[in-house]
Unconditional design. Structure first.
Length: 763
């Protein structure tokens, strides 16, 4: 009985010393039982009883000590926050338990895995940024009071680690320039695989790839990246995709991607990923990475210190920031704990203004996503604390919204820090706010916060049921686990969900799970294409180019049935996929595409959708239209112009890689400067970033005199620029490098030399 009692106090969570004491007591009790009946041992037995009593007291004391929390939970004042009525904010993790967090993820036990980036701008000069002191830690709430009281280091000695995702039973994480996948065994790192050695290249951490979002289509997407990743049969697959955003990426309930850049709080795609970005000769400009709201106003509750605060119009008369300058970390709320009107709302971080904004999301008559600020003159959450730096948002498995607070006095990277901001930071003492970090949780007060079940222990039936959970976190995680196990016994249940869905979301997840498990068939595809729900049809059309069938005739009739619905969004999807499917004759596909284009003359999105699936087939399609639809499309000048442009681009592509030079060449110096200061926005190949920075290839400024290019770099630029005969606008003015105290004339000369030689098209 004593042994059983002692065993109850020796689980793995207790310290080693307690376990050793327990083992000693086992031995002592065994000796006592063996010798207590011996007459000659009576005197020894009395002493041993005393020793046993002392041992038990000592053991209990040590066991209780080993149950203590890793730290004393600090009391974090919340009076600085102004929060939407009816909501409650709490601090679930803080310094000294946490140091400069920039990203989090949740495991199935509800624990938080956090990325710590303490080397980012450790001082106003950025000295020490190359120190490998980053960590990935596991935070756990052991006593159930809602505050993390256990910290475990999973990986350390990392150089500027910036993103993570718990996928495929392991951890995917970004340590520039590499993307790694490491297996997890009992919270310890196992074997490690290099997924991509060029995931986050470059020298500027403000613009390196990040995010690592597992989407409904089973691909992992990143912000500031044109790649997506997936583990298939033990091998990592990397595909080219569209370049999206800057810091942070999210998806809505149907899997459409949402992101942003410094000056534009919400950018997003009108279509599911993988649909419109398939033709390198026609990069989408009307359907992907679109500005979802023209309103970039922010409403801080105190004076704001920003990099360009000295420029006219940046601050209002009270010294408060007027518009976003560091938008990041967007999240679409899909947790189910907030009131119903919050479902699908977009939340955005503004660390420079110490606030989190809420936006309402909707679709216009053309099926395009639009956003509008939820409040006319205030924020969902704002703080008077100048060190509150929300950089990322995440919906937790409990349905609440989690805010990653980097908690730093300095968030502006040295590459762009103006002398004005450097001086203000020092004057205000913000350069002393270091080695801190917090994670906050926002919940709706009137709704219960449900206990988090560990669905990794669920069987097949339990996981399938989770596909209809009100919290998107559980739906995505259940989909992942079903695919990872790859041992479904009853595919019929997933098929039933698609053909007779209880809700649309469960059908999306079931469809993509079966697609990954290679269990789709004609019955499922045809049933889904006939669905009343438009979004389910869109998902099915997106999958169709990767599906094959012998029933060509039936599918051809289905396309005409879809066209007869007279739904613009479905027509756009059909235009995008018809050029790519393999089970229909080219003439039949082109005929249907032409009949759809006739309905949308001079429609830029329709033209873009058609070209998306025509990579390498543009000439054939042009000839077909001239033969069959010449009169009907005679006035569609836009379509013919875009076809001609794609054909010419295919015949003579612009080089994607800049030319390299000898080490002693001034242009080599310029190459490194370009990579540190310019490539983040203008891209390594000079192709530019939509809504952020214009292309350099084909730019009138770049192709003009050196002095003109130097003047733009030195003095900045805010007006539209001419590229390839077109005026290209961008939201945020280009910074004047004269404001950067590190820049001088030699640096200017070097970067001009590089740009002129790398991006001027040869005659």
């Amino acid at each position: 009985m004593l042994k059983q009692l002692l065993l109850c106090f020796a689980p793995n969570r207790f310290s080693r010393i307690s376990g050793q004491v327990v083992q000693m007591l086992f031995a002592l009790s065994h000796w006592l039982l063996a010798n207590s009946k011996q007459p000659t041992a009576k005197s020894n037995f009395s002493n041993a009883k005393n020793l046993l009593a002392q041992g038990i007291i000592t053991s209990v004391y040590l066991i209780l000590c080993s149950c203590r929390k890793d730290i004393v939970e600090p009391i974090i004042p919340l009076s600085e926050f102004q929060l939407e009525k009816g909501f409650q904010i709490s601090c679930v993790a803080s310094e000294p338990f946490l140091d400069t967090p920039v990203a989090i993820d949740f495991d199935t036990k509800g624990r938080i895995w956090a990325v710590e980036m303490p080397a980012y701008m450790p001082n106003v000069d950025g000295i020490g940024e190359d120190d490998p002191i980053g960590k990935i830690v596991i935070l756990e709430d052991r006593d159930g009071d809602g505050i993390m009281d256990s910290r475990k280091i999973f990986l350390d000695n990392l150089l500027m680690v910036r993103a993570l995702a718990l996928v495929y039973g392991g951890l995917l994480y970004a340590e520039p320039p590499n993307l790694w996948f490491v297996e997890i065994t009992n919270d310890q790192p196992g074997s490690r695989t290099l997924v991509d050695s060029t995931y986050a290249p470059g020298f500027n951490p403000e613009y390196q790839a990040n995010g690592l979002l597992y989407n409904l289509d089973n691909w992992i997407y990143s912000a500031a990246s044109d790649k997506r990743y997936q583990l298939q049969n033990g091998q990592w697959k990397v595909e080219k995709t569209f370049y999206r955003g800057q810091w942070g990426i999210a998806h809505d309930a149907s899997g459409k991607l949402v992101f942003n850049n410094n000056a534009l709080q919400l950018l997003g795609d009108y279509f599911l990923p993988g649909l419109m970005e398939n033709n390198p000769a026609n990069l989408p400009s009307q359907s992907l990475a679109q500005v979802l709201t023209s309103d970039q106003r922010v409403y801080p509750v105190h004076e704001t210190l920003v990099n360009r605060g000295y420029q006219p119009g940046v601050l209002d008369s009270l010294g408060k920031l007027k518009e976003f300058t560091a938008a990041c970390g967007p999240a679409i709320y899909l947790g189910g704990q907030f009131p119903a009107e919050f479902a699908g709302n977009a939340f955005v971080c503004a660390p420079e203004a110490n606030l989190v904004k809420r936006n309402l999301m909707a679709e216009d008559k053309q099926g395009r996503v639009v956003a509008s600020q939820a409040y006319p003159d205030k924020e969902f959450l704002a703080s008077t604390d100048g060190a509150f730096r929300p950089v990322n948002l995440k919906t937790g498995p409990d349905g609440c919204l989690y805010i990653v607070d980097m908690r730093r006095g300095i968030i502006q990277h040295k590459a762009y820090m103006s002398l004005y901001l450097k001086n203000v930071v020092k004057d205000k003492g913000l350069d002393t706010v270091m080695s801190k970090g917090r994670i906050y949780r926002v919940c709706y007060e009137k709704n219960k916060v449900e206990k988090i079940p560990d669905i990794s222990q669920y069987d097949e039936t339990g996981l399938v049921n989770m596909l209809s959970h009100k919290n998107s976190w559980f739906r995505i995680k259940a989909q992942q686990l079903l695919i990872e196990r790859n041992k479904l016994k009853d595919y019929g249940r997933l098929k039933e969900i698609i053909l007779s869905p209880s809700n649309n979301y469960s059908a999306f997840h079931a469809l993509w799970a079966l697609k990954s498990l290679k269990k789709l068939d004609d019955e499922i595809i045809i049933g889904a294409l006939n669905a009343k729900d438009i979004e389910l049809v869109e998902h099915t059309l997106t999958i169709l180019p990767q599906y094959n069938t012998a029933n060509e005739h039936k599918f051809t009739n289905l396309f005409y049935d879809l066209a007869n619905r007279k739904n613009r969004q479905l027509d756009m999807y059909m235009l995008a996929v018809l050029g790519r499917i393999s089970f229909m004759e080219e003439g039949d596909r082109f005929l249907l595409m032409g009949s759809l284009l006739v309905q949308y003359p001079n429609d830029s999105m329709a033209c873009e959708a058609a070209l998306a699936g025509l990579a390498g087939k543009e000439i054939n399609f042009q000839r077909f239209l001239d033969n069959v639809f010449k009169e009907q499309l005679a006035k569609d000048k836009l379509l013919h112009r875009m076809l001609e442009k794609a054909i010419n681009q295919t015949a003579k592509p612009i080089p994607a890689s800049p030319r390299l030079f000898e080490h002693n060449d001034m242009r080599t110096v310029g190459l490194h400067l370009y990579g540190q200061y310019c490539a983040a926005c203008h891209r390594p190949g000079g192709e530019g970033t939509p809504n952020l920075a214009p292309p350099l290839v084909g730019s009138k400024v770049v192709n003009g005199p050196k002095d003109q290019l130097a003047a733009v770099i030195w003095n900045g630029k805010s007006a539209p620029v001419q590229v390839g005969g077109n005026l290209v606008s961008f939201k945020e003015p280009m910074q004047a490098f004269r404001d950067n105290p590190e820049w001088d004339e030699k640096m200017l000369e070097a970067v001009v030399a590089y740009i002129k030689n790398a991006f001027v098209e040869p005659e």
